[in-house]
Ligand binder design. Structure first.
Ligand code: PLP
Length: 487
């Protein structure tokens, strides 16, 4: 072997081998998306089953890409929970749409680490541009600047860190919180239905879970502004220092919408940071008629919207909008000598968060926004909301079932109401869910509302149509009838 041949041998797979395998990956992915409905949504596996199918130690000798892709097809694909399945109606339904998958593949090819403008000019500028497109699409004012993170959990953590920076005490960045008798407990307020990511942010920021006030919600699962005002007053009277309020537009259990306008008014009066968690429902604001549900969010200091939830962008892609993005930079920017560059006017994405390295997530967002266009996004979101309303009507029209929360978007909370004591009803619904999910064609999740075990159907997948929703309903009815007969 010549030195040149041996160098090629020691490099990556050859260009021709890569091209052939990439074509096969295209076929595998396209076949998968065409056929995904034929799988069970949740595979019939137990913990450890996948590991048993794989060797416990890495291969000593190189393996061919064909062999690896064969194993992908044989072991990985069938043992996956199929989030791209039309019967996936659990948690919040999502879609890795075609344009999004293409963007993800291209980003992997470029393998950009956009920590600095210089290390990723296109990635940096496309991120700024696509975030501004998204801002326009959801009808937020130009004052908001967007920043892409992996998840809403990270976006909310950064939002609360920025709140701490601005409202708390600027020197926390420098001196920390430990051993500081001069810093009172810093309190944050959110509804009892707020996502657990806010709890995690409290932990990570050193504020402590005890300083998260879970304010009581009203009958519609919305934060009660009067209870919020009272909680803030009580904390001030006790010498604590309120710093931020989290309002949720589209809570995880019921998709209820906190009354953002009165909450924003309290925040203005009390000089508190307002963070709006619109991770799921923010996407619905592409439809002007649904923006009514979020009135007041334009007064927030920060808002998180996850295009990877209901805007058909593959996981992960979360956009944090900030009115004052410079405070986020002030909270996190640390520039060692080896990362100094001369483009002082350019954005360096590493300054806006914890991590230095950054994936090129804007590419898939850009491709989705272009390939669907505003009209395409609106049509699909309206269709999903319509499916949810039709499902809710089916439930409501059947004796012995009830819809348990309003349906403002594409998620329905409901339960069977057999004539049994509440605890038995809960067990009945739990069994019902387990048996429906065990059948295979649909996957539904649950929550608990006022001590009631409640089922949730969440529409968010582009492949879901009325026939899948009707199938889910028929399955629920059939399993319920069987269970009732033997209960
Ligand atoms: N906020 C809300 C309202 C959510 O429903 C979720 C997840 O479902 C999150 C935040 C967390 O999202 P992520 O997985 O992007 O951190």
């Amino acid at each position: 072997m010549s030195p040149d041949e041996s160098a090629v041998h020691l490099g990556d797979v050859s260009a021709s081998e890569f091209r052939r395998a990439m074509h096969r990956v295209a076929d595998l992915t396209a076949d998968y998306l065409e056929q995904v409905h034929a799988y069970r949504v949740v595979p019939r596996v137990s913990p450890g089953d996948v590991t048993k199918l794989l060797p416990g130690s890495p291969p000593e000798e190189p393996e061919s890409l064909d062999r690896i892709l064969d194993d992908y097809k044989r072991i990985i694909e069938p043992n996956t929970t199929h989030w791209n399945h039309p019967g996936f109606m659990a948690y919040f339904g999502i879609t890795g749409s075609g344009p999004g998958i293409l963007g993800e593949a291209l980003a992997a090819g470029l393998n950009v680490n956009a920590m600095l403008w210089r290390t990723g000019p296109a990635a940096t500028e496309l991120e700024e541009l696509t975030c501004d497109w998204l801002r326009q699409l959801v009808g937020l004012p130009p004052a908001f600047r967007g920043h892409i993170n992996d998840t809403a959990s990270m976006s909310s953590l950064l939002a609360l860190a920025t709140a701490r920076q601005r409202v708390g005490a600027a020197d926390i960045r420098q001196r920390g919180l430990a051993g500081r008798p001069d810093v009172p407990p810093l309190t944050v307020y959110a509804s009892e239905h707020t996502h657990s990511s806010i709890d995690k942010a409290m932990i990570a920021l050193g504020l402590g879970l005890e300083q998260l006030r879970r304010v009581q919600a009203d009958d519609g699962f919305r934060l009660d502004p009067a209870a919020l005002a009272e909680a803030i007053a009580a904390d001030r009277a006790a010498g604590r220092r309120p710093i931020a309020v989290v309002a949720t537009v589209g809570t995880t259990s019921t998709t209820s919408v906190d009354p953002v306008r009165p909450i924003a008014e309290i925040c203005r009066r009390e000089k508190l940071w307002l963070h709006v968690d619109a991770a799921y429902a923010g996407s619905a604001a592409v439809c002007p008629e649904l923006r009514e549900l979020m009135v007041g969010w334009e007064a927030a200091d920060s808002i998180v919207v996850n295009p990877h939830k209901w805007l058909f962008v593959p996981v992960d892609c979360s956009v944090l909008f900030l009115r004052d993005i410079e405070t986020l930079r002030a909270a996190f920017s640390v520039v060692p000598e080896y990362l100094r560059t001369s483009e002082h006017e350019a954005t360096n994405l590493m300054d806006y968060g914890v991590q230095l390295g950054r994936r090129f997530r804007a590419l898939k967002l850009w491709m989705v926004l272009r390939a669907f266009g505003q009209r395409g996004l609106q049509e699909r979101i309206r269709y999903h909301c319509g499916l949810a309303r039709r499902f809710a009507a089916l439930v409501q029209g059947e004796p012995g079932w009830e819809v348990c929360a309003p349906v403002p978007f594409s998620t329905v909370c409901f339960r069977a109401v057999p004539e049994l004591p509440l605890e038995e009803q809960n067990r009945f619904n739990e069994r019902l869910l387990a048996e429906v999910n065990a059948r295979g064609p649909v996957f539904v999740s649950h929550t608990k509302l006022r001590e009631r075990y409640v089922l949730r159907v969440a529409i968010g997948n582009l492949r879901t149509s009325m026939s899948h929703v009707a199938q889910a309903w028929e399955l629920l009815r059939a399993v319920r009838a069987r269970l009732a007969a033997e209960w």
